[in-house]
Ligand binder design. Structure first.
Ligand SMILES: Nc1ncnc2c1ncn2[C@@H]1O[C@H](COP(=O)(O)OP(=O)(O)OP(=O)(O)O)[C@@H](O)[C@H]1O
Length: 258
């Protein structure tokens, strides 16, 4: 274990004109740590996630990331090519809608395999074997490897998206409502699977969710947002069992429908 964080977020703000997206957000994320960002619709969760993953440029603030060589780099001062390289190799991004993270008209095997090719693997036999292994890890039968994801159920698509993201061994995964839009029984199974993978791989993750059960199951720490601001942060069990901010108390007692 290292005694340095993976990600350092410093006074991050994003405004859309005069409207606050998120404001003055600071935290450290440690290797292997899962942070849940919760809050009702419009609280700024997606804005924050998109800024952290450099899909969106913040208005002010800095985020530094500890690269594999141990050196911290300011994400917003990197070149576009460097950021793309990080996204291909060291990071994953799991979208709520699997169609946003998959190529729907190429086979399941290719969806996983092309990420390996993007990091330089050229050996067809290895790529296929690794793809088969990853499909089985996300409970997709080997005989579906040549099928396109559009022939898959919602749950299978989401599991495929997860395999595509994890096959390159990322150190940090961003997830935007990873179980949203699925049937409740499918959600429970997916959540179990995700929890197992995150633990086995020692992944660090930032998970945006409006579902406190997802936060409870996946994260060690959580951050509660309202109107673009963090209203409470702490260990997930502490925040859920003993919420201190009045807004968190409302959330936890389910008075608020988020
Ligand atoms: N492209 C945009 N242009 C202008 N305002 C935006 C834009 N995107 C988000 N906002 C505003 O920023 C605030 C935060 O929105 P954001 O989507 O980050 O919240 P959220 O918590 O992710 O909500 P949801 O759960 O509905 O996705 C809201 O007031 C929203 O209206």
């Amino acid at each position: 274990m290292t005694d340095e964080p993976l990600l350092r977020v410093n006074s991050l703000s994003k405004f859309y004109g005069s409207r606050v997206g998120c404001e003055n957000i600071s935290f450290d994320l440690w290797p292997g740590e899962v942070l849940a960002v919760v809050g009702e619709s419009g609280s700024g969760k997606t804005t924050l996630l998109n800024c952290l993953s450099t899909r969106l440029m913040p208005t002010s603030g800095a985020v530094s990331y500890r690269m594999r060589d141990g050196v911290f780099r300011d994400l917003y001062r990197m070149s576009e090519a460097e950021r793309r390289f990080l996204m291909r190799t060291d990071w994953g991004f799991v979208h709520q809608n699997p169609a946003d993270g998959l190529r729907m008209t190429v086979s399941a095997g290719a969806n996983v395999g092309e990420r390996l090719m993007a990091v330089g693997d050229r050996h067809y036999g290895n790529i296929r074997a690794t793809a088969v292994d990853w499909l089985s890890r996300v409970e997709i039968a080997e005989d579906r490897i040549d099928d396109e994801p559009r022939a898959f159920s919602g749950g299978m698509r989401q599991r495929l998206q997860i395999a595509r993201n994890l096959v390159t061994g990322p150190r940090l995964v961003f997830m935007d409502e990873p179980t949203g839009g699925l049937d409740v029984s499918v959600q429970a199974r997916l959540l179990d699977l995700l929890r197992g993978l995150v633990t086995d791989l020692g992944l660090a993750a930032i998970v945006v969710t409006h579902d406190l059960a997802v936060a409870r199951l996946l994260s060690q720490r959580m951050m509660v947002m309202k109107d673009g601001h963090v209203v409470e942060t702490g260990l997930t069990d502490r925040v859920l069992d003993d919420p201190r901010a009045p807004y968190t108390q409302l959330l936890v007692s389910s008075i608020l429908q988020v």
